[in-house]
Design a protein around this ligand. Structure first.
Ligand code: GDG
Length: 744
């Protein structure tokens, strides 16, 4: 700091002082010389005045010796060098003793009776003053008086030296003063800033003392900006929280209204046996992921009211504030007729698109009547979204394959809306998707979104290839954008996740307590290894394949009989559909067969829980399990895998994971399997049973870090940040013109 003060303040001041001295000294020299000369001239006149009478008398008397004596006396003054008394014709009447030979009576002429000038002699400069006494005298004469000016030089030198020393000392003192003041000032600012940084006061102006100093408030502003940027960056990398998400909505989306549209509602009200409405959180990965986001951002969630008590629990605007225990956002329910539900949901969505997008080798069924129903329901949801929108540019987050038509339909109603459609299931390759009879309509509607999100880059690539195959448009593969009729749609991977830490953990005891509770509840002996499966009862999840893998394990290694039980939660789902009914029957059949084959005493190889469970129970199971088996035949992401990891704060337990689940891209420390290979799955179960505590801990702690960092807030945050960027870009004048032109 000292060096920088010297460089920044002292050196410039010293330089400026030298410049002033350099140009000022000659001026001061001249000024002093003028003053001394006029002093000498006055002195000469004074001397002459006092000499006039005696000299006149002596000249008139022609008393040369008297004159010489008188002059000798007068010139005894060391500054009065010499006096010459001259006749008007220029000859000397008398010269005082020290008169230089080079000065004669003709040395100074002119009309004026009294005049003076400077003469340079070899001994130094002298002032020569002439006084004429001619007209009134009987004997005219003139007096030349020579004053020694060498003292002027001496005094000038002294004055210059004094001035230089004075300037030097002043500069030194000034420099010291500057250093001192600067040091004290900087120390004070440093103290204030350190206090600000430590107390993070710059985030709140009101708390900051001394804001009158403009420089400090500027520094604080910069610090606050840097802090916020850094915080967001950090959040991006490792610590996405509900607060960070709220901040994104507030700061980057300027508190825009956020509307979520999904088929499944986050809270279903059903009547119990006594016709009391009972609330239920559905078994849905989409709900698991989005609910914490709505809690963080408020807003409106538009969804199909499918519960038996749903109508009885909404207000007259079909709205209800949820979550029931801590209402923080609005759920707007949409009613569908029986026919709509059949055609749109069971028909086109589940028998058509679900089977189409999952390579589980279940043939998709496409019926025109289902497609019309799908169109009708998408239009119905569009009306509701438009009615719920309280601004002309809301942020609309559309969920899943139920609403492929919504982006274009909403864009027509709310042109300035920022629309993101997230596809929760895999996107198949172009050939597979090509079998859908309404593929072009779907793609064209989807491309009206600003953002199309998928779980993995691979699904994005499949989508771009499909668009390339069936739609005439411009695709930028590098930036993953599709431009159609002037509208740019960005296609990006957003790997979905879960909240961290999961809120259900708070309500559960430690792992040992969960273990004994689960063992006891399901009649599993304490020393039996629990392998866990948790899913909606769906043919994509590989439930039958895992039973067969267990059978293979027990066949190959009879010593595992009595030592392992597979605890399978199968939450009934889409039970109206023949494929799902068949799956349920097949599941029961396989459980019965395998259990019959191996059961010994009280031990059963498979324990099937064929009912929807409360989330707390699910998390209790995760904590109780020795390994969790996720062998989906095809899965967009699979949140069960992430929930299992999140539930294991004891850093124990083994995850067996299908390579056809999106989660396997992130959780590479799991035991990865091909779910179609029953033997490999059986071996993975054996590996899990044999794995040592250290390896289990190492794998689990790495997976926990991944899920913690890539939590659901990050998923939403990244999408919302991208939405904010798109909004910013669209607000640029050139973008507005372009949009206007394309709208026109
Ligand atoms: C789709 C995609 C993607 C299960 N049984 C019960 C229950 N669950 C919960 C689990 C988990 C969720 O349901 C299932 O999530 P998944 O991700 O495994 O699967 P999908 O429902 O098929 O979800 C999937 C997801 O969307 C998100 O984008 O990962 O690939 O297919 O949270 O805990 N929950 C309750 N009772 C149960 O009995 N309460």
């Amino acid at each position: 700091m000292f060096r920088s003060v010297v460089l920044r303040f002292v050196l410039p001041v010293a330089f400026a002082s030298c410049v002033v001295a350099y140009f000022g000294l000659p001026y001061i020299d001249r000024l002093l010389a003028e003053w001394f000369r006029s002093d000498v001239e006055l002195r000469a006149q004074l001397v002459m005045h006092s000499m006039e009478e005696p000299i006149t008398a002596l000249v008139e008397k022609n008393n040369e010796s008297g004159l010489r004596n008188y002059l000798a006396k007068v010139t005894s003054d060391e500054r009065l060098l010499a006096i010459l008394v001259c006749s008007p014709n220029g000859s000397a009447i008398i010269k005082s003793e020290r008169a230089p030979a080079s000065v004669s009576c003709a040395a100074i002429g002119g009309e004026s009776p009294a005049t003076s000038r400077i003469v340079q002699l070899s001994s130094g400069s002298v002032q020569l003053s002439r006084f004429d006494f001619d007209s009134a005298q009987p004997r005219p004469f003139r007096v030349l008086m020579l004053h020694d000016l060498s003292f002027v030089d001496r005094r000038q030198r002294t004055a210059r030296d004094f001035l230089l020393v004075f300037v030097g000392i002043s500069v030194l003192l000034l420099a010291l003063l500057i250093v001192l003041v600067a040091w004290l000032q900087l120390r004070r600012w440093a103290e204030v800033l350190i206090g600000d940084i430590r107390g993070k006061r710059f985030l709140d102006d009101a708390k900051s003392p001394g804001m009158s100093l403009p420089i400090l408030s500027q520094v604080r502003k910069v610090l606050a900006e840097a802090e916020e940027k850094q915080r967001l960056e950090i959040d991006f990398h490792e610590n996405w929280t509900p607060q960070a998400l709220r901040q994104v909505v507030r700061d980057h989306l300027h508190s825009a209204q956020v509307i979520i549209v999904s088929n499944r509602e986050p809270y279903i009200h059903n009547f119990d046996a006594d016709r009391h409405p009972v609330v239920q959180v559905p078994a849905s990965g989409m709900v698991t992921a989005l609910e914490p986001i709505m809690r963080a951002c408020s807003g409106v969630w538009v969804a199909h009211g499918a519960g038996t008590a749903d109508r009885a629990t909404v207000d007259r605007y079909d709205q209800i504030r949820v979550p029931p225990d801590d209402p923080s956002y609005t759920l707007r329910r949409v009613w569908l007729t029986e026919a709509e539900e059949q055609g749109y949901y069971y028909g086109f969505c589940n028998e058509g698109l679900w089977a189409l997008c999952h390579l589980a080798y279940v043939r998709p069924a496409f019926r025109a009547s289902d497609w019309y129903s799908y169109e009708k329901v998408n239009a119905k949801f569009t009306e509701v979204v438009a009615a719920e929108s309280n601004t002309d540019s809301p942020v609309i987050l559309i969920q899943d394959f139920h609403f492929a038509l919504l982006p274009r339909l909403i864009r027509k109603k709310i042109p300035k809306a920022t629309i993101a459609l997230f596809w929760h299931i895999p996107w198949p390759n172009a050939e597979t998707f090509g079998v859908c009879p309404w593929k072009r309509e779907m793609l064209l509607h989807m491309l009206s979104a600003d953002i199309l999100g998928f779980h993995t880059r691979y699904h994005c690539q499949n989508f771009l290839d499909t668009v390339d195959r069936f739609v005439e448009c411009q695709i930028d593969h590098e930036h993953m954008t599709v431009t159609l009729q002037g509208h740019v749609c960005s296609v990006a991977p957003y790997p979905i996740s879960i909240e961290w830490p999961p809120r259900w953990l708070k309500g559960l005891p430690n792992v040992a307590a969960c273990r004994s509770a689960v063992h006891e509840r399901h009649g599993i002996a304490a020393d039996v290894v629990i392998g866990l499966g948790v899913e909606r009862w769906d043919f994509t999840k590989g439930i039958i394949e895992r039973f067969q893998a267990l059978e293979a394990l027990l066949d190959r290694n009879p010593r595992h009989r009595g030592r392992i039980s597979l605890l399978q939660v199968a939450a009934p789902s889409r039970s109206q559909l023949p494929a799902y009914q068949a799956l349920q029957q097949q599941t029961y059949g396989e459980v019965e067969r395998i259990n019959a084959k191996f059961t010994e005493d009280s031990w059963r190889p498979i324990v099937l829980i064929d009912e929807h469970q409360e989330p707390l129970r699910i998390f209790e199971l995760y904590r109780a399990a020795d390994f969790c088996l996720v062998n989906s035949l095809h899965d967009g992401m699979n949140l069960v895998a992430k929930e299992f990891v999140a539930a294991r704060d004891d850093e124990d337990g083994v995850l067996i994971l299908s390579t056809f689940a999106g989660a396997s891209r992130e959780l590479s420390e799991a035991v990865l399997i091909n779910p179609f290979d029953v033997t490999e799955t059986a071996e993975a179960m054996e590996t899990a049973m044999r794995m040592g505590r250290d390896e289990r801990r190492n794998r689990m702690s790495l997976m926990r870090r991944t899920v913690k960092e890539n939590n659901v807030y990050r998923w939403a945050g990244r999408m919302l940040m991208d939405a904010a960027r798109i909004r910013q870009r669209q607000s640029l004048p050139s973008a507005k013109r372009r949009r206007g032109a394309s709208d026109g």
